[in-house]
Ligand binder design. Structure first.
Ligand SMILES: O=C(CO)[C@H](O)[C@H](O)COP(=O)(O)O
Ligand SMILES: [Fe+2]
Length: 214
């Protein structure tokens, strides 16, 4: 069975002064997940409004000490916990275990220069995030050369969630979708659009079309 398309607007591009209503707006527009880029700020348990308590929070940890975030993020209601393998090379499998124990879905992120071999191991992750820009901020240019990694992962793991993050929008989605990505993070292309719902549906359609023609 094909993996399911998940469209995840990146809240990094949202209006931070109105985070709750921005989240609600995206869910209304058809977002499957809310992508939360965590650098220094960490959501506290009481910060979730009741209206989006059920939303899937796809947390992308861009921190050097992901282990310190397992407990607080679990308490805050994180759904997915994706950390960068580059900062946890010696203990990433143990970290995956701890994330699972806390009831979150573990994911491992790869910077553009990190090979897929870094995430092969005995304690399987539920998602691999292939960064399609250097991590750090929104609005950067998509790097097509990262698609080789998406293709290699999809070939080896037909039912793994493969996420792409950085520079995704209507003009780049077909490259990612045809390479085999099914979880699509999009910040500026969604939040900067006149009609975000249209962009979300274009992204989803591209993933579904690519799956049907593969
Ligand atoms: O992890 C990220 C940057 O490193 C983000 O998810 C970023 O917000 C993506 O934004 P855009 O879609 O505008 O490239
Ligand atoms: Fe991200």
């Amino acid at each position: 069975m094909a993996v399911v398309a998940k469209i995840a607007p990146s809240m990094l591009s949202s209006d931070f002064a109105n985070l709750a209503s921005e989240a609600e707006r995206m869910l209304r527009f058809g977002a499957d997940w809310l992508h939360m880029d965590i650098m220094a700020l960490c959501p506290q348990p009481d910060n979730r409004s009741s209206s989006h308590r059920e939303a899937y929070l796809d947390c992308h940890l861009m921190v050097t000490n992901p282990l310190d975030y397992v407990e607080p993020l679990a308490k805050a209601g994180a759904s997915g916990f994706t950390f960068h393998v580059e900062v946890a090379k010696d203990y990433w499998q143990d970290l995956v275990h701890q994330i699972k124990v806390k009831g979150m879905r573990p994911g491992v992120a790869l910077k553009p220069g990190t090979p897929v071999e870094e995430v092969e191991g005995e304690n399987p992750v539920e998602m691999v995030l292939v960064m399609t820009v250097e991590p750090g901020f929104g609005g950067q240019k998509f790097m097509p050369e990262t698609m080789d990694k998406v293709r290699a992962l999809r070939k080896k793991y037909p039912s793994l969630d493969i996420e792409v993050d950085g520079g995704l929008g209507p003009s780049t989605i077909d490259m990612a979708a045809s390479a085999g990505a099914n979880c699509i993070v999009a910040g500026s292309s969604v939040f900067g659009a006149k009609e975000p719902a249209n962009v979300i549906s274009i992204l989803r359609k591209s993933v579904r079309d690519a799956q049907q023609s593969s």
